[in-house]
Ligand binder design. Structure first.
Ligand SMILES: N[C@@H](CCC(=O)NCCCC(=O)O)C(=O)O
Length: 251
């Protein structure tokens, strides 16, 4: 009897617009793609152009079993949540904004799994009508959530506790009260989007994880980076296992 090789689910991974050696490019850093492969998923990079709409995004997603919205040093443009640009907000990617904000309603309508990381988590909040602190460190009572100085390995060292809300999606994946997570972001959720559920918070009460309240399948947004060495961090491992299982079921 011939055993049919397990067909690996295809996951769309949104890119960012960046210049590479003077040429505009669409890029994704390797750690997102390597993490997906490590959990039995095959990533496909989605280029980003501003002239996208939800219908085109839905057609694109018809070829995939899940979607990942990655992190990025650039920020969601504050006009997307009707605010002015703060002086500390120096990097934008309007192509990425347009595609992410079209893909989010599209992926939810198609009922496909969504894992949104860091910038992706912030895009999810904005897509649901929420807003962002543009420089969390300038907010009274808030930590500085930017990455530690040093080489890449040091930047991803877990730096603060995460309190996991009982009974939610994250608690279902990882039934502990909390964990320590890495932190590489200047922005963060200010006003929570309508239709999102808080899944985890930092000790300074900054929201660090959300899910979509009425989602048909796995939808999780996290402010930290679980794609960084996930097999070495039980919480990160649980998130990727849950996402991979949901993508497999979506096939
Ligand atoms: N720019 C936003 C989001 C931060 C973020 O996604 N950092 C990841 C950078 C490294 C990578 O590309 O994974 C903010 O500052 O809050």
């Amino acid at each position: 009897m011939q055993i049919r090789p397990q067909i690996r689910p295809l996951v769309a991974v949104i890119a960012c617009r960046r210049d590479v050696e003077g040429h505009p490019a669409h890029i994704v850093t390797d750690k997102y793609l390597t993490a997906l492969r490590a959990y039995g998923l095959d990533p496909v990079v989605l280029p980003v152009w501003e002239d996208v709409d939800v219908e085109r995004a839905k057609r694109l997603l018809s070829h995939f079993d899940g979607l990942m919205l990655t992190g990025s040093p650039t920020n969601v443009h504050p006009s997307r949540y009707r605010e002015e640009c703060a002086p500390e907000n120096e990097r934008a990617d309007t192509d990425r904004d347009a595609v992410a904000l079209a893909l989010i309603p599209a992926v939810l309508e198609r009922g496909l799994p969504l894992l949104a990381i860091c910038r992706g988590f912030q895009e999810l909040n904005v897509a649901f009508g929420g807003s962002l602190y543009q420089a969390v460190q300038n907010q009274p009572g808030k930590f500085d959530h930017r990455e530690p100085k040093g080489k890449t390995q040091q930047q991803y060292v877990p730096t603060h506790e995460l309190a996991i809300k009982p009974g939610g999606v994250l608690a279902g994946l990882y039934p502990e009260h909390g964990a320590r997570v890495n932190s590489l972001h200047q922005q963060g959720i200010d006003r929570l989007g309508n239709g999102l559920t808080v899944e985890g918070v930092a000790p300074d009460s900054l929201i660090e994880a959300v899910s979509v309240s009425d989602a048909k399948t796995f939808t999780l947004g996290v402010q930290w980076h679980p794609e960084w060495q996930p097999t070495e961090h039980p919480l990160y491992d649980a998130i990727f296992k849950g996402f991979a299982e949901a993508c497999l079921s979506a096939r």
